[in-house]
Design a protein around this ligand. Structure first.
Ligand SMILES: Cc1ncc(COP(=O)(O)O)c(C=O)c1O
Length: 347
């Protein structure tokens, strides 16, 4: 396939993660998380997210979102989320199917939700005809690569809590947001008032590895049953845990995310000079969102595959990852320039 700018999911596993899996593969250990690897991974997660964090390892980001949210949802509840959210667009209705709750979606320009956009939904509170708003769900960084500041998250958390709601954060790429803000993982989660977090690793160098982190002891007390019933209690948990240990040790999570973000900035600088290309979102993490002439998209995808974000608008997403190199970028930009120039000259 060659180097892909389609998704950070397309990368190989980081060598340090692979090594950690190999090293965990030497002898028998008790299954279902009652092993030293899982205990160490949970300890490290508490180190990064604070003593109030209750971590649970799971296999996929969709499971982390749906199971984390189901800790506080009943079928008569609703979740307020940006229309672009992964739970709304890319999880095949899993949240609605598993929890029976309704998603209330908000159109945004940059993927970020504000309290004033969520406020109109709260008129439903206490009215039996309406699904009851229970959670505000945000993604950090957003699906459009933009980042909430700690202050923006805090404002949403205060707003949610003042109205009896929880704040959920989809942090499938949380490392990239922390790298952009030059801050800790705790600063933009526990310290900002997040109640339920999905913290991912797959997109930043792991083979498979996501987690649900609950910041309430009460919600955490029954979550082990939710995870098992949700089919995410891994029998060979140690292989998930070994990855998290390598990921959280020695700042691997941060180094990988910083590199991916830097590569996106370089990609964006070069893409901005392409004829007919227009970047339409600030490049804050590892995604570059741009408009291209419709006619250019297919021929360029045939050279290097990437995803179309909005077919009608000609919007595409180019994504970098922990192992993107400047050489990859130069080759990709050269391909794009050739295709765009040909179209520009009317061939
Ligand atoms: C923002 C976000 N959340 C959650 C997920 C879900 O991850 P998975 O595909 O592992 O279910 C993704 C995957 O692309 C994502 O981009």
């Amino acid at each position: 396939m060659g180097r892909s700018f389609a998704s950070d999911n397309n990368t190989p596993v980081h060598p340090k993660i692979m090594q950690a899996i190999i090293e965990a593969n030497k002898e028998d250990f008790v299954s279902y998380g009652d092993d030293p690897y899982t205990r160490r991974a949970e300890e490290l997660l508490r180190h990064h997210f604070g003593a109030e964090a209750h971590p649970f390892l799971v296999f996929t980001g969709t499971a982390a979102n749906v199971l984390g949210l189901s800790a506080v949802l009943s079928p008569y509840h609703a979740v307020i989320a940006p229309a672009t959210s992964h739970i709304n667009v890319d999880e095949c209705g899993a949240l609605e199917n598993i929890t029976g709750s309704k998603l209330l979606t908000v159109p945004t320009t940059d993927g970020k939700l504000t309290p004033s956009q969520a406020a109109p939904f709260l008129h439903a509170l206490g009215v039996e005809h309406h699904a009851q708003p229970r959670v505000i769900s945000i993604t950090q960084p957003t699906e459009l690569g933009t980042v909430y500041s700690q202050a923006e998250i805090k404002e949403l958390a205060v707003f949610a809590h003042d109205n009896g709601l929880y704040l959920h954060m989809d942090g499938a790429r949380l490392a990239n947001a922390a790298a952009f803000l030059h801050t800790s993982l705790k600063d933009i989660t526990a310290d900002a008032g997040v109640d339920i977090l999905s913290f991912g690793g797959t997109k930043n160098g792991m083979m498979f590895g996501e987690s649900v982190i609950l910041f309430s002891k009460k919600a955490a007390s029954s979550f082990k049953y939710i995870r098992k019933q949700g089919m995410q209690l891994g029998s060979k948990m140690r292989y998930l845990a070994a990855q998290f240990i390598a990921y959280l040790n020695d700042h691997l999570w941060l180094k990988n995310a910083e590199h991916a973000n830097t590569m996106a900035r370089i990609l964006a600088e070069k893409a901005a000079l392409l004829p007919g290309a227009e970047i339409f979102q600030p490049v804050e993490t590892n995604g570059v969102f741009l408009r291209l002439p419709h006619k250019a998209i297919k021929p360029l995808q045939e050279k290097s595959f990437f995803y179309v974000w909005d077919e009608e608008a000609g919007e595409v997403r180019w994504m970098t990852s922990y192992d993107t190199t400047e050489k990859d970028i130069d080759e990709f930009i050269a391909e794009a320039r050739a295709v765009l120039q040909e179209i520009h000259e009317g061939h």
